[in-house]
Design a protein around this ligand. Structure first.
Ligand code: KG4
Ligand code: ZN
Length: 338
């Protein structure tokens, strides 16, 4: 089954062609990051306008590069939630028009489910059940993937996402948006014990996290040092901060493995590119004798191939939509029938 898939939930317009959920024929991405960089973050209005300018040509390019004809496309999958509403609506409307014109089914895909499905592309033998740590710019959660379309959110952040914190601290250090990758690079060779960071404990669900205190602590440290005219050691601060984020995530991933008894841990989302988190997850999985699936960096960030992968399994489960499909800025990623 050949799926044309579309992703436009934030600042990347992406169109891919994916066969049977696993084989990526093309994955075309038009990134708006340089445009938003001058504002230090995504400007939703600009994102929507840029998606609408880019999407048709990108779809044409994807079909051409894949070497297929329009008549070979069996379905159209699209990210319909969560994300910037204006941005999502561009992709959803495009996908509706494409499905109508091609006379094929329309498949709505939840963005987080898509991130998880990036693992199916990277690991062709991977099948549920498995545990997935989702760490993106907007989400941080531990998901029990019981089946391709049956998932339980076991716990996650109660405030900021891990990526938001990386980006905020990076911005304070004058690193260009989105600063997560730059902060990661700056942390290389730094002393991770130089700047002690808080590790807040929450009451209630032990798998829940809170990153806002950690973010504020790092921001205050930078402010205070500047006010006192003290020089901050950038590699040490970046290494200490990255270690603190990782030390929040790893014990929860371990607890979730113990709770579910899953023998595979997959990772998803842009922050999964972080070298400290990757190294710590590798150690954890070695210790617990658990298989670790970490997609390559190109599949960790937003792309349309992951939407085509999940779209295939949503289709098999009967989760298609008609032309009344709407987009949603927020929506639970747990199983639901459309
Ligand atoms: O999954 P994603 O592409 O977009 C969302 O769906 O949110 O994730 C983007 C996030 C940004 O916050 C970016 O700074 C962060 O992933 N990121 C990283 C690294 N590479 C990307 N954060 C920490 N270390 C990295 N190496
Ligand atoms: Zn994403």
């Amino acid at each position: 089954m050949l799926i044309l898939s579309v992703e436009s939930s934030c600042d990347e317009t992406a169109v891919a062609l994916v066969r049977d959920g696993r084989e990526v024929l093309t994955d075309c991405i038009a990134s708006q990051v340089p445009l938003h960089r001058i504002y230090g973050g995504v400007v939703p209005e600009i994102a929507s306008r840029k998606h609408i300018e880019a999407i048709y040509a990108l779809a044409e390019e994807a079909i051409k590069k894949a070497g297929v004809t329009r008549s070979e496309i069996d379905a159209v999958a699209v990210t319909y939630a969560p994300g910037l509403i204006g941005a999502l609506l561009v992709g959803v409307n495009f996908a509706k028009a494409a499905a109508l014109a091609l006379g094929v089914p329309l498949i709505p895909v939840h963005h987080i489910r898509g991130h998880i499905a990036a693992n199916y592309i990277a690991y062709p033998d991977l099948k549920p059940p498995f545990l997935c740590l989702v760490v993106s710019g907007g989400h941080t959660m531990l998901v029990d993937v019981k089946d391709y379309t049956v998932m339980e959110n076991l716990g996650g952040t109660r405030d900021d996402a891990a990526g938001e914190c990386f980006d905020k601290v990076a911005r304070m250090l004058a690193m260009p948006y989105p600063g997560g990758a730059a902060l990661d690079k700056a942390a290389q060779g730094g002393d991770d014990s130089r700047y002690p960071m808080p590790h807040p404990k929450l009451s209630g669900n032990p798998l829940d996290l809170s990153f806002s205190g950690l973010k504020t602590a790092a921001v205050n440290l930078i402010h205070n040092s500047r006010q006192k005219g003290e020089k901050i050691d950038i590699p040490d601060l970046c290494a200490s901060f990255s270690a603190a984020v990782s030390e929040m995530l790893i014990p929860r991933a371990e607890a979730a493995l113990d709770l579910t008894g899953r023998t595979t841990l997959a990772v998803a989302g842009g922050v999964a590119a972080n070298s400290r988190i990757r190294a710590d997850l590798t150690k954890l999985c070695e210790k617990k004798n658990v298989r670790l699936c970490m997609p390559p960096l190109s599949l960790c960030g937003d792309n349309a191939a992951m939407i085509g992968a999940q779209g295939y399994y949503e289709f098999l489960a009967g989760n298609t939509a008609d032309q009344s499909l709407n987009a949603f800025a927020t929506k639970s990623m747990e199983g639901e029938k459309m």
